[in-house]
Design a protein. Structure first.
Length: 333
């Protein structure tokens, strides 16, 4: 069912904002196939959108109407700049909508001003917390990203690393994780060392392959300009002129975390990401991430960025699942 088939509110309640878009080709892209982009805005912002030629009428209460109009203008401007619009971009535009002081309820779209250039596609933060996180990764030598799954902690860190690598700011990318099983005993894995550890590292390969062509990733891995290795392999090294990411850091022990942080060499940047609610260490073994938070919170050059379920950019159901678990956690009461 197209947008035009939707039943508007009753005549006495109808309040609309009419937007005019001069380029009909871009307007078609804005609406999406079968008007699904407009349907997404309608569903999430509580408005009706009617298409009238090269105009869109946004119907709803003033706050929702003005915010939806700002989102539509922003997405159209995105198309004018030559970029596409997909579901994630629409979600990001709606997340970045915020009220401004002028004229009370008027809404303006928060312009991130941040775009990461990779070889395959540009990457933009989709929430204010993500924007602050990316800015801090460029500004500080050591950054922590802490929060639930799906908030872009690792994905954005790898994107920043690829951007700095392409620009020549660093000479290599090093990605690491603790090789800890998530509550399952997998037993002995067949194959050589690489084949044994690769299953633990797969999320890092996935992120890289989103930003660089597969052949280039393979070549850079062979040349050791990109390294993906378990945390234990970092011992004894000095990591210079590199962008270094430690993922799933909640599963590093206190000793491993100290070892990793002291690998930082000249010209390098280091990012540590983790989720304190998903610790898979044996009972009684403290998390190195939690200890690092406590010890390093006031150290110059170290920055901490925190995410919540509001920053989840996977399926919307993921945010609701996280909220449900948080409510059920006795430690939150």
């Amino acid at each position: 069912m197209g947008i035009s088939a939707l039943t508007p509110p009753t005549a006495e309640d109808v309040v609309e904002t009419v937007l005019e878009f001069p380029d009909n080709r871009l307007l078609i892209d804005l609406c999406g196939e079968f008007d699904r982009n407009l349907a997404q805005v309608e569903h999430q912002m509580g408005v009706h959108i009617l298409r009238r030629g090269n105009r869109l009428a946004v119907i709803g209460d003033r706050a929702s109407r003005e915010q939806a109009a700002a989102v539509l203008r922003s997405l159209y401007a995105r198309l004018e700049s030559g970029r596409g619009v997909v579901a994630g971009d629409i979600d990001g535009a709606m997340r970045m909508g915020r009220p401004v002081a002028d004229e009370g309820e008027q809404i303006e779209l928060f312009n991130t001003g941040v775009e990461l250039r990779t070889r395959k596609k540009p990457i933009e933060p989709r929430t204010e917390a993500q924007k602050a996180y990316v800015a801090n990764l460029f500004a500080h030598e050591l950054g922590f990203g802490i929060g639930p799954a799906g908030t872009g902690k690792t994905y954005l860190a790898v994107a920043v690393g690829v951007t700095m690598f392409i620009s020549g700011a660093v000479e290599k990318i090093i990605l690491s994780r603790p090789a800890v099983e998530a509550g399952e005993r997998l037993g002995f894995l067949p194959g050589d060392m690489k084949e044994k550890v690769d299953p633990y590292m797969q999320p890092l390969y996935d992120a890289l392959n989103d930003f660089l062509p597969a052949k280039q990733v393979q070549k850079l891995l062979e040349e050791k300009r990109i390294e993906i290795a378990p945390l234990a392999f970092m011992r004894g090294r000095t990591l210079s002129n590199a962008f270094v990411v430690l993922d799933e850091a909640q599963n590093a022990t206190a000793m491993q975390m100290k070892m990793f942080l002291t690998r930082l060499g000249e010209g390098s940047r280091m990012v540590v990401t983790g989720d304190r609610t998903q610790i898979d260490l044996p009972r009684g073994v403290p998390s190195g991430l939690q200890e690092a938070e406590r010890i390093l919170k006031d150290v110059k050059g170290v920055t901490f960025n925190y995410f919540t379920s509001k920053d989840v950019v996977r399926h919307p159901l993921v945010a609701r699942i996280i909220n449900a678990y948080e409510k059920d956690d006795p430690s939150n009461t």
